[in-house]
Ligand binder design. Structure first.
Ligand code: C2E
Ligand code: CA
Ligand code: CA
Length: 897
């Protein structure tokens, strides 16, 4: 069994061996077949590659795969010459040992490959299979230099097109396990020939493609550019058209302000214009008045809504809750409602009336940039939608409308103002007319009033320069004329004039005895007689009281003036028939003739007055010519007047005392105080000289008081010192000017009180003229004095009016007979008779008597015979100073009575 089995086994082994060999044969055949099929497939694949449109990168990687199927090709690269054949570009590179990617490199100069196998391959253009030995040989020959990773085998074939090397294909192995055969080299050469053609073709294709692409890009670019230009142009054209349309519209709008008549017409035209720029069938203008918050719709065109009622802008609401119009007003910004935001607006529910499909409103501004209204367009057309461009346009239009509106409004208000002005003017004119009528009536009344007034004024003017009683020029007019003639004379020294100063004699007596009316009548008659005496060119004036003045022009000498003066005296001397009563009077006249020393009318009047005084002195009813002596006297008087002003304060006024003696006892019963002025240069000045001046200047009051106080003081002194003076009193003179002083009585009482003297110690001496000139005042004072028991003596009796008729009217105590009568009573029977009459009268009236000017014992004898017991005169003593008077008291009153 074993053998059999062995045999079986041996047989089987042989069979197996045979089978195995067969299998190996079959396998080899199959391998062979597979190899050639592989090559075949590879070549087919390569051939088909060329027809497939592929990216070059894919193409190379495919090539790599195909070659890799034929032989070991893990390290594989393809490098091509660039078109200039001077540079090398790695097209594909795959290496197990080298990570770098030379395909990313820029083409490198062919020279830089000089000492490499690649360079050598480019140089020879022959396929080569190089092992280490070959490499060393090449290196030794100086063809290459060895560097980089040491390789086992390097196989390179040139890639050719039309017999020209265009590149190289290289594979290499770094392992000794992998050895390329010459068959591999032949295969690679074969493949590389295919590749070369393919590559060339591929490169052309590539170039073409690139060129095409470039071209296409260019066309695209150009097209894009053209399209852009086109678009720009179109846009420009559109914009220009739009701008032109706008321009035209705006021009029309601004034109509107000048052409359209009213605002309504303006709005209507505005609507038409806006409709020309954008569809705006529905258009309205809303105006807003900030002062009252009122919204008005002066223009409102709408397909659906016609509610254009004014309303108030509601600012209490949130702006989002307002109508679009109000939103524009409040924000001052345009509001656009269109497709995009309409839904959102609908939700707000803020529309008045029908909701539009699209709405566009823009603000109108006034000068100060405040919103004053809204311009709005809207459309109810399905699908209609205003755009931002419309908004821009409308904003622009609104700007124009704002200005136009402002201009329009200005023009309107101007027009209105003009109309109002015209109305006011018309009214004014009517009123002026009415007023003119009224005025002309008033004017007539006024004119007549004016005439009346003129008359009055003339009358007043006349009265201002004329004496109302006689109608003669008054002192003012006379002074004027005198001034005038003085001026004429200063130019013409040969011009002579004369002034006559008249004073009626005894006028006071006439006035007092016959009454004022008779006095006035007399003055009037005198005036008319004076006018009859003079020539037309002369002037007769009444200066006041019974004083008149005559200005004679163009006289040759004093005689001319004297002739007229005589004529006047004659005329006045004739009796005056007044109310069936014949009255006699006369006038004393002072005459002065022009001379170079006269500068003012006062100078002339002063001299004429002085001359008149002389005429009176000389016995009245006559004229006296002013002469040099009179002038000197006048000058002296002036000096005295000036000096007298300081006399009191300079202590120059003294009091002298003259005793009044009782003829029976030869004792002094009184002293008369007599004023004296002791001037350092002028010496002792008589009261006859300075008292009249003191009276005229008003100084008499102070002088009088001084004498009163001083004399009473002296009396008091004597009374306290000398028992002889116990019953002695002081006689003090008072002139008429003094009694005019209202508190004279009080002054007298005061003086007595101060000196603790009783009323009987003082006697008041007044003159007849005082009683005549100031009758009322005198009577009052005399009554008052008698009430307090102060005796009043009537001085100088007989010199004045010599009328005893009025004596009973006054409460007098004693009469002093003027010394002119005493002086002559021993020589003239006439004077003796007068004294006798006075003595008789006074006893009848129960008045005491004092004889003045007793100078001799003969006088005393006569006086005694006439029962006159008191006397005063040089026989007893001249007036003496206080000291000597005191001595007189002692001398007279000490002896036995
Ligand atoms: P009369 O009041 O008549 O004063 C008397 C004047 O006669 C005094 O002059 C006196 O000196 C003068 N006489 C007295 N006895 C004789 C005499 O036997 N023979 C002469 N030939 N003369 C005599 P007198 O002092 O010059 O005064 C003149 C006048 O001046 C006074 O006159 C009087 O009117 C006035 N008078 C004097 N003192 C005052 C005064 O104090 N006040 C006022 N108002 N007048 C005064
Ligand atoms: Ca006297
Ligand atoms: Ca006397």
């Amino acid at each position: 069994m074993q053998n059999k089995t062995q045999a079986n086994l041996d047989g089987s082994a042989k069979e197996l061996e045979r089978l195995q060999t067969r299998i190996r044969e079959l396998e080899a055949i199959a391998e062979e077949k597979e190899h050639s099929e592989k090559i075949h497939r590879a070549l087919l694949r390569i051939a088909s590659l060329s027809s497939e449109a592929r990216e070059l990168a894919d193409f190379y990687s495919e090539l790599h795969q195909i070659v890799g199927q034929l032989m070991y090709a893990n390290n594989f690269y393809i490098a091509l010459l660039t078109d200039d054949k001077a540079h090398v570009k790695f097209e594909y590179f795959h290496d197990e040992e080298d990570d770098s990617d030379p395909t990313q490199w820029d083409p490198e100069p062919l020279d830089s490959f000089k000492s490499t196998l690649t360079g050598y391959l480019f140089r020879t253009g022959e396929a080569m299979l190089v092992d280490e030995d070959d490499l060393n040989k090449l290196s030794a020959a100086g063809e290459v230099q060895i560097r980089g990773t040491p390789m086992s085998q390097w196989m390179g074939v040139p890639l050719k097109a039309q017999n020209e090397t265009i590149g190289v294909l290289v594979i290499q192995s770094y392992s000794n396990d992998i050895q390329y055969s010459l068959g591999d080299r032949e295969l690679l050469i074969f493949v590389s020939q295919q590749i070369g053609i393919l590559l060339q073709k591929k490169r052309y294709e590539q170039r073409l493609k690139e060129y095409n692409e470039q071209l296409e890009r260019k066309v695209e670019q150009r097209t894009a550019m053209l399209q852009k230009i086109n678009r720009d142009l179109e846009k420009q054209i559109h914009e220009t058209e739009q701008a032109e349309r706008l321009q035209a519209a705006l021009f029309k709008i601004s034109e509107l302000t000048n052409t359209a008549q009213g605002l309504d017409e303006f709005y209507l035209s505005l609507h038409k214009i806006i409709n020309g720029i954008m569809p705006s069938k529905n258009f309205y203008i809303c105006t807003y008045d900030e002062s009252d918050g009122q919204l008005d719709f002066p223009y409102h065109i709408d397909e659906f809504d016609s509610n254009t009622e004014s309303r108030r802008l509601d600012t209490s609401k949130n702006i989002d809750e307002c109508s679009p119009t109000e939103q524009v007003l409040r924000s001052g910004k345009p509001v656009l409602i269109n497709k995009k935001n309409r839904e959102a607006w609908l939700k707000k529910n803020v529309f008045f009336g029908t909701v539009p499909e699209t709405w566009l409103g823009v603000p109108l501004f006034q000068k100060d940039n405040k919103v004053c209204g809204v311009l709005a367009v809207q459309s109810y057309l399905k699908g209609k939608s205003y755009t931002r461009l419309d908004e821009e346009v409308l904003v622009f239009v609104a700007q124009q409308v704002s200005t136009a509106l402002a201009r329009k409004r200005n023009a309107e208000s101007l027009k209105k103002a003009h109309e109002e002005l015209k109305a006011i003017n018309d009214q004014l004119e009517r009123r002026v007319e009415e007023r003119t009528k009224e005025l002309s009536i008033t004017n007539k009344t006024l004119q007549s009033m004016l005439d009346e007034r003129n008359k009055m004024q003339k009358k007043l003017a006349f009265e201002a320069f004329h004496d109302s009683l006689t109608g003669l020029p008054n002192r003012a007019l006379f002074t004027n004329r005198l001034e005038q003639i003085l001026r004429q004379r200063s130019r013409n020294p040969n011009l002579h004039f004369s002034v006559l100063f008249l004073d009626l004699d005894r006028f006071k007596v006439i006035n007092d005895s016959l009454g004022h009316l008779m006095g006035d009548a007399l003055l009037q008659e005198v005036a008319s007689r004076l006018e009859d005496c003079i020539r037309p060119k002369d002037t007769v004036a009444r200066l006041g009281g019974d004083e008149f003045c005559i200005l004679l022009r163009d006289i040759d000498n004093e005689r001319d003036a004297a002739v007229i003066a005589s004529r006047v005296i004659e005329s006045i001397a004739k009796p005056f028939q007044l109310n069936e009563q014949k009255v006699f009077t006369s006038t004393s006249i002072g005459i002065t003739i022009s001379n170079d020393s006269y500068k003012s009318p006062d100078d002339v009047l002063r001299d004429a007055d002085a001359a008149m005084y002389h005429a009176k002195e000389a016995g009245k009813a006559r004229y006296a010519l002013f002469d040099v002596e009179m002038h000197d006297a006048a000058m002296k008087r002036l000096t005295i007047e000036n000096e007298l002003r300081h006399a009191l304060e300079r202590n120059q006024i003294k009091v002298f005392y003259q005793p009044i003696v009782c003829l029976q006892t030869r004792k002094i019963i009184a002293f008369e105080a007599l004023a004296r002025w002791v001037h350092p240069d002028m010496g002792m000045i008589s009261p006859v000289e300075f008292i009249p001046i003191a009276e005229e200047t008003g100084m008499i009051h102070d002088i009088g008081l001084f004498i009163l106080h001083h004399s009473l003081g002296t009396l008091k002194f004597w009374k306290t010192e000398l028992p002889q003076s116990a019953d002695v009193s002081m006689s003090v003179n008072f002139s008429s000017k003094q009694i005019e002083h209202h508190d004279l009585l009080a002054e007298i009482q005061l003086a007595l009180e101060e000196n603790q003297l009783d009323a009987k110690s003082l006697k008041v001496e007044i003159t007849e003229s005082l009683l005549i000139e100031n009758a009322a005042l005198a009577q009052r004072l005399l009554n008052q004095l008698s009430e307090i028991d102060i005796p009043v003596l009537l001085d100088d009796f007989g010199t004045g009016y010599s009328s005893l008729s009025y004596l009973h009217k006054f409460t007098l105590s004693t009469i002093k007979i003027d010394r002119s009568f005493i002086d002559r009573m021993d020589r003239s029977d006439k004077h003796l008779t007068i004294v006798k009459t006075i003595a008789y009268m006074s006893s009848q009236l129960n008045l005491g008597l004092i004889a003045e000017g007793v100078e001799s014992e003969r006088h005393v004898e006569i006086l005694k015979e006439l029962n006159i017991h008191q006397a005063q005169g040089y026989l007893f003593s001249m007036p003496v100073d206080a000291e000597r008077a005191r001595q007189l008291l002692i001398d007279f009153n000490s002896g036995q009575s």
